[in-house]
Design a protein around this ligand. Structure first.
Ligand SMILES: [Fe+2]
Ligand SMILES: [Fe+2]
Length: 313
């Protein structure tokens, strides 16, 4: 399977048409389809087809796969993905992580037409807090992207390809110090969007000190907030974060969405001590954590494969 594999074959792998496709292969097919869906300026017909094929996977049972599907659609910049993401956000039969990721993806697309539905779910008192908070962030992100401020602020160019739920705090301001950023990060009276902006600024600093500041946020009351920090640790891949990620993943009472991100981050960092922890998670009580361990071990093996090749010589 590579970028030249036909779209129909990629779809069959993604949706597990033969009923025995390993999860890791399905993820790989998803990433190839995502890159086709992103190239709508070069080939709009092919891109639309890729978006439709990706969306077929929302019929699956796997919460892990579907949340990744929503995430990938949000990363395509392709507004053709917005209607299906709105449907998923509105579908209460979909799991929390999937609906969360759909709302976040609408923010990542910067889709102004999605503001009414995001406002609706943010304000719904019956709604889960993770969904309310995701909608709040997505609304703020869309407003920010369309604001004058976003044109004036000087931001560090991200080292990562991801479209994030919030931009980092700007450079050359009085807030641009780790201690100050940590204070904003941990201040639950600050708006969530501002706290996320401090979070992404700390990510972009990426030093050991910035990572330790981020780790202090793993005690927050919001599962959403903690899952984002764990996700970021998987991007930074700094081994200083490993003890805090192991702590999170082993917290029995922690929300599955947080433990899932911590498991995947450990797979990406792929140091020796992460391997037995991930193996242990294959028997976890939460399905989404068990599946994350499968994906994380696949990443771990990939990260360590050069070493294995080297050892064989
Ligand atoms: Fe998420
Ligand atoms: Fe995730």
């Amino acid at each position: 399977m590579d970028e030249n594999t036909s779209l129909d074959t990629l779809r069959d792998v993604l949706v597990n048409a033969d009923g025995k496709t390993p999860l890791a292969d399905r993820f790989r097919a998803l990433f190839y389809l995502k890159s086709v869906g992103t190239e709508f300026e070069q080939n709009s017909e092919k891109a639309s087809k890729a978006i439709d094929y990706i969306a077929e996977a929302f019929r699956d049972d796997s919460e892990l796969l579907k949340h990744e599907v929503a995430y990938c659609l949000g990363q395509t910049h392709n507004l053709e993905a917005a209607p299906v993401l709105r449907d998923i956000l509105a579908d209460k039969d979909q799991q929390c992580m999937v609906r969360h990721e759909a709302a976040e993806a609408l923010g990542a697309l910067g889709d102004k037409d999605s503001l009414p539905i995001l406002v609706q779910y943010q304000a719904d008192p019956e709604e889960m807090v993770e969904i309310q908070q995701t909608c709040e962030l997505a609304i703020e992100r869309i407003h920010w992207e369309n604001s004058k401020l976003s044109k004036e602020e000087v931001l560090q160019k991200s080292l990562y390809e991801s479209v994030d739920p919030a931009p980092p705090l700007p450079l050359n301001t009085s807030t641009d110090k780790v201690a100050k950023l940590q204070q904003i990060l941990n201040d639950e009276s600050e708006p969530l969007f501002q706290r996320y902006r401090a979070m992404f600024r700390l990510r972009d600093l990426g030093t050991d000190e910035a990572c330790m500041a981020l780790a202090s946020g793993l005690k927050d009351s919001s599962a959403l907030f903690k899952h984002e920090i764990a996700y970021i640790f998987g991007q930074i891949c700094n081994p200083v974060t490993v003890p805090s990620l192991i702590d999170v993943v082993q917290r029995e009472e922690e929300a599955p969405m947080v433990r899932h991100e911590a498991a995947e981050a450990l797979g990406a960092i792929a140091t020796d001590e992460t391997f037995p922890v991930l193996k242990g998670l294959l028997q976890d009580k939460d399905e989404v954590v068990r599946e994350s361990a499968v994906v994380a071990l696949d990443m771990w093996e990939y990260e360590n494969s050069n070493e294995i090749e080297y050892a064989k010589v």
